[in-house]
Design a protein around this ligand. Structure first.
Ligand code: CA
Length: 229
């Protein structure tokens, strides 16, 4: 049985990629290398990797875009390689979802140490994190972070809208009455009227409508309530 941890190295400079691979292999990791951004998402979806080392400047698709795309469906640890040390603080603030950043030129020893540190830190939490993702068609809710994305684009929701959407997504196609939705969304449902639910649903529907998804998935069933389908 093969129980080595697998690292995907995405780096367009062949020399850097192969030196990194050698150092990682010497520490007991298995490695795969991609030299451009094209097939990265597909490769990550295969689920065989434990961590990705991702260069930012890549042909066809850059590392930051890739990191965002990966974060929509996976919490796999990502270590970013950047050529500019002054970029790191800014990038961390922008929340691309990388676990750590290393600046070029780097020592391969340092990268291996960072990889080991990230894996120690995240191995136990990966399972819990993936359980927190709830998805329906093109909508993904990260329940732990309270983040909603539609077709990989972030949608800003209020806490009540998030809770409403979450309630519907937990049971797709099932019609929820306004009373049920109020109970789920408010600690004290006496303070709101069913009209409030209608206006939240209207806002939610507007926020979830975009050019790729013109027909809302949220349906109002006259006299009964709401469902997602
Ligand atoms: Ca590069």
């Amino acid at each position: 049985m093969n129980d080595k941890q697998q690292i995907l190295i995405v780096e367009d400079e062949p020399k850097i990629a192969s030196v990194l691979a050698e150092f990682l292999q010497a520490e007991g990791f298995q490695t795969s290398i991609l030299h451009d951004g094209l097939d990265v998402v597909e490769k990550v979806k295969s689920g065989q990797f434990d961590l990705i080392i991702l260069d930012i400047m890549l042909p066809h698709k850059d590392g930051l875009t890739l990191c965002k795309e990966i974060r929509v469906f996976s919490q796999i640890p990502v270590l970013m390689l950047t050529a500019r040390v002054d970029e790191i603080d800014r990038l961390m603030g922008l929340g691309f979802g990388a676990d750590d950043y290393v600046c070029k030129p780097f020592s391969s020893r340092e990268v291996v140490a960072r990889v080991q540190a990230i894996l120690r830190r995240t191995t136990n939490s990966i399972q819990a994190a993936s359980d927190d993702l709830l998805s329906y068609k093109h909508i993904v809710l990260d329940q732990a972070r309270h983040v909603c994305t539609l077709n990989s684009k972030r949608v800003e929701l209020t806490p009540v809208e998030f809770k409403l959407l979450q309630t519907l997504m937990l049971k797709p196609s099932i019609v929820h009455s306004r009373d049920t939705l109020m109970d789920k969304c408010y600690d004290d449902s006496r303070i709101v009227s069913t009209r409030t639910i209608d206006s939240h649903m209207k806002n939610l529907r507007n926020k979830l409508a975009d050019e790729d998804e013109p027909n809302s998935l949220l349906h109002s069933i006259y006299g009964v309530g709401y469902k997602i389908e």
